[in-house]
Write a protein that binds this ligand. Structure first.
Ligand SMILES: CC(C)(COP(=O)(O)OP(=O)(O)OC[C@H]1O[C@@H](n2cnc3c(N)ncnc32)[C@H](O)[C@@H]1OP(=O)(O)O)[C@@H](O)C(=O)NCCC(=O)NCCS
Length: 174
């Protein structure tokens, strides 16, 4: 992999980030979610991967809670890597950098709705005790995953409570 710098995104990264999503997800419009999350810096951690001064990947983590508990947890997503730069370790490097930062902020666990074949190698396992904000169709259940960080463990039971940008059923259905 070429040398990649990973850092928090800055306002000047908005245009390249906005270009990245339609390229990485030609059949899905994630831009409204991304731009809304970027407007909420107190709840969202936004990291960009830079190669030769250009952003080539982006990931967001949103601070969430578990209904009835006081633990600080996070939701990973979206994650996008420029098509020409995929399968070079950039997505994994972005996720690992985010997990490290969240760990240092006292976050206890991270949730994701995504391909288990991809997220398993990053330490995620199917999540069955904490429910997603909306019920998932049967074929998506294995896609709901979590991993603990080094802080005290994940709550035992409950439902993930997400902030407003994520309260859209369409984000949780095929
Ligand atoms: C999915 C994505 C974020 C992964 O980032 P990346 O930098 O390409 O991935 P990495 O280089 O870290 O990891 C590569 C490994 O992950 C696996 N992988 C890559 N994309 C995958 C995918 N969509 N599904 C399952 N596994 C995938 C491959 O096995 C690959 O390993 P290999 O090349 O040795 O076979 C990126 O490919 C992307 O933006 N894709 C388009 C959008 C998308 O499909 N998103 C779905 C996930 S939310």
């Amino acid at each position: 992999m070429e040398r990649i710098e990973i850092r928090e995104s800055a306002p000047g990264d908005l245009t390249p980030i906005e270009a990245l999503y339609p390229e990485a997800f030609p059949n899905e419009d994630l831009l409204p979610l991304v731009t809304e999350l970027l407007r909420e810096p107190t709840i969202a951690l936004s990291l960009v991967g830079i190669i030769e001064r250009s952003p080539v990947g982006h990931v967001m983590f949103t601070t969430c809670g578990v209904a009835g508990g006081s633990e600080k947890v996070a939701l990973l997503g979206p994650l996008a890597v420029a098509p020409a730069r995929q399968r070079q370790g950039i997505g994994s490097a972005l996720v690992r950098a985010g997990l490290q930062r969240l760990d240092s902020f006292g976050v206890t666990g991270v949730f994701v709705l995504g391909d288990p074949a991809y997220y398993r190698r990053l330490g995620f396992l199917p999540e069955i005790r904490i429910a997603p904000p909306y019920p998932l169709p049967a074929e998506w259940r294995g896609a709901w995953q979590s991993r603990s960080l080094s802080n005290a463990g994940l709550p035992r039971l409950g439902k993930l409570s997400v902030p407003r940008p994520w309260l859209q059923p369409a984000l949780w259905a095929p």
